[in-house]
Design a protein around this ligand. Structure first.
Ligand code: NIG
Ligand code: FE
Length: 413
């Protein structure tokens, strides 16, 4: 058999396989690819008979290979930006206060409604390029800045169209339950019925989203609202995600376990019982340390406690204009390390295999093993510790998507 592409002499290959401790590091290894699929990753040199005339050989001495990074929680498609909220934030006005004043999410809703689909796509396209150059090969994208039927559909269609036109794979989530729109203020039930009757059937029928997410938070959707929305969503075939216990503890983690959500996200205020429930139910915890940092919350999700309790922990950017305006998972690695005290190996696994679990893609992506998609990143760093330690810059040298080089020398090819 002849391979299409082989990365050779890599100082470290972080395989991130499920059956291995830490990030499953192979020293001085190679990764061979054929037809967009991983053939093998092992120490030493590849078998001679795999190398043909047309085999592309990539020398990776002094470099580290990881699976393509999986960003399992973003609000990719939206209009405008919110740097004007900075002075309020610095004065100490809390996030939920800004939202109550009609700012926050609702100001992005105004901008998103005003933008055309093409304008939204152009902005998101820039973000996707940034993500790819920084090593992200799969990203989850939530709607939730439209809230009305037309804009939610516009955003979900934009994500689907972007998925088809560029390298980063996009997994879509409908998040109409992100805020109560102005025209339903004080009438949450009315808004929920509107989603049930109008938006969710359309999204399901046209396969615009695989997941459904709810912002379960004080002053937004209560746990009881969330349960009702989840029941309906399940009937319609959506997989579930929840913004849980982000600011106020509302037993969102417990609810995620009860409803068999694929993931529960944020979890800063998750209870010990919630953590145990998630471990038992196999709910992946998506922690978002960039949000803790950006909201100046002075606290992070208890990722160490979760790991010790047997919860699978993923880490994502939460890329959005209000609480985490960054596309870079490498930036988030620093917050995960210094804020949540996770090791670089735990962090890499949380951004690859565990991210794949959070998107129900663990069968096809997230680790370097035979039969999985050849989504790979070569970092110009001798080991994974170095990537996290030397923070604030982009270490990505090469990105391979479905077996093809899509970023080379830090440039999109
Ligand atoms: O994940 N928490 C709710 N939603 C987003 C923030 C949205 C916004 O402020 O625009 C989040 O943090
Ligand atoms: Fe979010």
């Amino acid at each position: 058999m002849i391979a299409d592409l082989i990365i050779i002499n890599a100082s470290n290959v972080a395989t991130c396989r499920d059956d291995q401790q830490g990030a499953g590091i192979i020293e001085n290894g190679y990764v061979a690819v054929k037809d967009g699929i991983i053939l093998e990753a092992a120490a030493g040199s590849p078998p001679k008979e795999w190398i043909g005339e047309n085999t592309q050989i990539i020398e990776a001495a002094g470099k580290t290979v990881t699976p393509g990074l999986v960003d399992a929680h973003t609000h990719l498609v939206h209009g405008g930006s919110r740097e004007k909220e900075l002075p309020l934030k610095l004065k100490g006005v809390p996030y939920l206060e800004i939202l109550k004043m009609g700012g926050g999410i609702l100001s992005t809703v105004t901008n998103t409604r005003a933008a055309s689909k093409e304008q939204l796509k152009e902005k998101a396209r820039k973000s996707l390029r940034e993500m790819l150059i920084n090593g992200t090969t799969t990203v989850e994208a939530k709607s939730g800045y439209g809230l009305d039927m037309e804009t939610e559909i516009k955003c979900l269609e934009a994500a689907l169209e972007l998925d088809a036109e560029q390298s980063v794979d996009i997994v879509s989530t409908y998040m109409g339950a992100h805020a109560i729109p102005e025209n339903f203020k004080g009438n949450t039930q009315g808004y929920i019925e509107f989603m049930f009757d109008k938006v969710m059937p359309y999204v399901a029928e046209h396969k615009l989203a695989e997941f459904l997410d709810v912002f379960c938070e004080e002053g937004v959707f209560s746990p009881q609202d969330t349960r009702v929305i989840f029941q309906k969503a399940r009937e319609m075939g959506f997989k579930l995600k929840i913004h849980a216990d982000e600011i106020v503890p509302l037993q969102g983690a417990e609810l995620a376990a009860e409803m068999n959500a694929v993931s529960a996200d944020h979890l800063l205020a998750a209870s010990d019982k919630g953590i145990e429930d998630m471990a038992r139910a196999g709910v992946t915890a998506v922690t978002l340390p960039g949000t803790s940092f950006y909201l100046m919350l002075g606290k992070y999700a208890q990722a160490r406690k979760m790991i010790d309790a047997g919860v699978r922990v993923a880490i994502a950017t939460d890329y959005n204009p209000g609480t985490s305006p960054t596309e870079s998972l490498q930036t988030i690695m620093s917050f995960a390390c210094f804020g949540m005290k996770l090791t670089p190996e735990e962090i890499i696994k949380a951004m690859t295999l565990n991210g794949a679990y959070a998107l129900d893609r663990q069968q096809t992506i997230g680790s370097i093993e035979k039969g999985k998609k050849a989504d790979l990143v070569i970092f110009d760093a001798p080991n994974v510790d170095y990537i996290v330690y030397h923070y604030g810059i982009n270490h990505v040298d090469t990105v391979i998507k479905d077996g093809k080089v899509v970023v080379k020398n830090r440039q999109i090819v």
